[in-house]
Design a protein around this ligand. Structure first.
Ligand code: GLA
Length: 336
């Protein structure tokens, strides 16, 4: 029996940019999916959950199909899965499941895939299993995470540059208590809107648009301004300038809310509550439409700040938020 882990992720800044060949700045976090696996003599893949099932069958089927195209022989496997990543929260529970399962499926069949190929295969499996035309951020972050670092990812070249997080900064994540499923959201519609603007401008992707070309196009304006904010955020992080990073995160939330229209009143209320509680900056993270908000806080204050914001939000909305203070961890791999 061998065991594999794959982390979830939280995105500090750069949302709805990955499928526009753009830039993102996520962190692999210490909420993770673990798969224990042993090969079988037949070609049956049997997956059981140790702590509740999130409907993994569709992911298993999609992964077998995609990895088969990569040369995997159809070796059977018995596997047991557990995960600490809340489902439907925007923390990439499905990407982590795919990556951990893919590592196990490859291992029992003696196939070794380079990390980027593994992430691409898992992204393809996610698209097949859910029909959501997602980008590469979630799977690549789960594979390429680095302890103590955020990852500046260029989603065109798939280059990953780890940037050290200042020791005195904590990552606060608060689940809004509002679940979301991208299958039933406007995610695909937003992607199509972006591609339509790029096509009209004669560009491969919005990554190549200049601000002046999209000044009157709110969706594209978000993508172009967000890419610029990611680069500025990476600089702020290198300098340890938490105030600057915080103000870029707040600007990102406003852009996702006003130009890209993927926020909700509850997410806006949670961002405001975190601001009032003293966070340096706060924004919805991931696709939006519900799920989590991310904020930065000085290490010693993170738990108190998250608890105050959660109380404030609960009183305002009647929803039950769940706060997490996260650490940046290494990417997926074999658990010794
Ligand atoms: C989801 C997708 C990602 C990305 C984000 C928004 O998490 O899976 O590819 O598009 O939404 O940034």
């Amino acid at each position: 029996m061998r065991s594999f882990r794959a982390p979830g992720r939280v995105n500090l800044i750069g949302d709805h940019t990955d499928y526009n060949d753009g830039l993102v700045l996520p962190v692999a976090i210490d909420l993770e999916c673990v798969v224990h696996a042993t090969p079988r003599a037949d070609d049956v893949v049997e997956v059981d959950w140790l702590d509740g099932d999130v409907g993994s069958d569709r992911y298993v089927d999609a992964l077998r199909a995609v990895l088969g195209e990569q040369g995997r022989t159809d070796v059977g496997m018995d596997a047991w899965v557990s995960s600490t990543i809340p489902v439907g929260s925007g923390l990439s529970s499905s990407a982590a499941l795919e990556v951990a399962l893919a590592l196990a499926l490859c291992d029992v069949a003696g196939l070794e895939l380079p990390p980027t190929e593994l992430a691409l295969a898992c992204r393809r499996a996610e698209q097949l299993a859910t029909g959501v035309p997602c980008g590469i951020m979630d799977q690549l972050t789960s594979v390429a995470g680095r302890a103590g670092c955020a990852l500046l990812i260029d989603c065109r070249s798939l280059g990953v540059e780890p940037i050290k997080l200042p020791d005195e900064v904590a990552i606060v994540v608060v689940h809004s208590g509002l679940p979301r499923a991208l299958e039933h959201s406007a995610y695909a519609e937003r992607r199509a809107e972006c591609e339509a603007v790029a096509a009209r401008l004669g560009l491969t992707a919005l990554r190549d648009a200049a601000p002046g070309q999209v000044a009157d196009e709110p969706r594209a304006r978000h993508v172009v301004s967000e890419n610029a904010r990611v680069l500025e955020s990476a600089d702020a992080l290198r300098r340890g300038d938490l105030d600057k990073l915080g103000s870029l995160m707040s600007a990102s939330h406003a852009s996702l809310r006003d130009d890209f229209d993927v926020s909700t009143p509850e997410l806006d209320a949670l961002v405001d509550a975190l601001g009032r509680a003293g966070a340096a900056g706060a924004r919805l993270t991931g696709a939006g439409f519900g799920g989590c908000v991310v904020a930065l806080a000085p290490v010693g204050e993170a738990h108190g700040l998250a608890a105050r914001a959660a109380d404030d939000y609960r009183l305002q909305t009647g929803l039950t938020p769940t706060p997490y203070v996260c650490r940046a961890v290494a990417g997926a791999g074999w658990l010794q």
